[in-house]
Design a protein around this ligand. Structure first.
Ligand code: KG4
Ligand code: ZN
Length: 345
């Protein structure tokens, strides 16, 4: 079955065509229009500009994907679109576009959750993944750890109580005038020989919960910046960034291993934009190999926002719930994550 996926929850407009079923599991074509250059001068995403840019791009990207794939809409069996969480004005662009296509063509339309789709991204390259899983989604908007019993049974074990990990990287980079988004800039700047020049400690929740906190990292980094007068060309900059990254990555890896001790699973998935980070990928791989826990990381291009993961999960949803209503009138966008904790922490 050919599935056309649409994503516009934040600052990437993406359209992807994937082929699923009958032994075929491949991304046929994906086109992403990143708005990074547009938002860079503001140091973060400006919601109104994001929606407007999605609106200008979504139909052109769709036409380009179909043309490059040599596929007509009549060959597409399913449409899949992100319904949330995200910027509501942005979400509504792909959702309205997909609804229009579905009304016009009669192709069934399925709505998928963006966070669940980030986890699904690991399955694009790893169909062998088995449940139950621990899945950490770590991005600019989220740092949430899930116990995943099955694809549609997710329970939140921990989430950040303040900033997301990527948000801290973006804010520190912005403060230092290093560019936007900060994650990739800091990744390139990391020097393993200089990651102990500054001291950062791991946050701990006083109530014993596994929840994350990253705002302390931001405050500590900015304190050092002020104390030493660090600027973009300062000799201590690389030491500060390397020490910050090293501590944040260790914190993420250690809390994941602690969770794996408490909740034995068949494997671990780490996804979302920050899972592109090379130090995080290296240390996760080392730690999971030592503990003999299978680790699944999406290919870097499927870590950040994309529509292949949306199409992939849409197909799984359609297959798992064949009796559900797939007509476009039923779908609505939501800005906040619907996932909550079940049972005692
Ligand atoms: O998943 P994503 O594209 O959007 C959200 O759903 O938030 O993630 C974007 C985030 C940004 O904070 C960006 O700085 C971060 O992912 N990021 C990285 C890297 N590439 C992107 N963080 C660390 N290292 C990277 N290589
Ligand atoms: Zn995302």
């Amino acid at each position: 079955m050919l599935v056309l996926g649409f994503e516009s929850s934040c600052d990437e407009t993406a359209v992807a065509l994937v082929e699923r079923g009958d032994g075929k599991n491949r991304v046929v074509c994906e086109k992403i229009k990143s708005q990074v250059d547009i938002h860079a001068r503001f140091g973060g995403v400006v919601p109104e500009i994001a929606s407007r840019t999605h609106y200008e791009s979504i139909d052109l990207l769709t036409a380009a994907v179909l043309e490059e794939s040599g596929v007509g809409l009549q060959q597409v069996g399913l449409l899949s679109v992100t319904t949330g969480p995200g910027l509501i004005g942005s979400l509504l662009i792909a959702l309205s576009f997909a609804k229009g296509l579905s009304f016009r063509t009669g192709i069934p339309l399925v709505g998928v959750d963006h966070i669940a789709a980030h986890i699904e991204a690991a399955f694009i390259g790893h169909p062998e993944i088995e449940f139950p899983l621990l899945a950490l989604v770590v991005s600019g908007g989220h740092t949430t750890l899930f116990q995943v019993e099955s694809r549609f049974d997710l329970e939140v074990l921990a989430r950040t109580r303040d900033d997301a990990a990527g948000e801290v990287m973006d804010k520190v980079a912005r403060h230092l005038g290093l560019g936007y988004p900060g994650g990739p800039v800091l990744d390139r700047m990391y020097d393993p020989g200089r990651d102990r020049e500054f001291e950062f400690s791991h946050p701990r929740m006083s109530d014993g919960s596994m929840d994350y906190s990253f705002s302390g990292y931001k405050a500590a980094a900015l304190r050092q910046v002020r104390r030493h007068g660090i600027r973009a060309d300062h000799p201590q900059l690389v030491g500060l960034i390397s020490s910050l990254l090293s501590s944040m990555v260790d914190y993420l890896v250690q809390s994941l291993l602690e969770a794996a001790n408490r909740h034995p699973v068949a494997g671990i998935v780490v996804s979302g934009g920050v899972s592109r980070n090379s130090l995080l990928r290296r240390r996760l791989t080392g730690a999971c190999t030592a503990k003999k826990i299978p680790l699944f990381l999406p290919e870097p291009r499927y870590c950040t926002d994309n529509a292949s993961m949306i199409a992939w999960l849409g197909y799984e949803s359609f297959k798992a719930f064949p009796e559900a209503e797939y007509s476009p009138g039923y779908l609505n966008a939501y800005s906040r994550s619907p996932f909550s904790r079940r049972g005692p922490r």
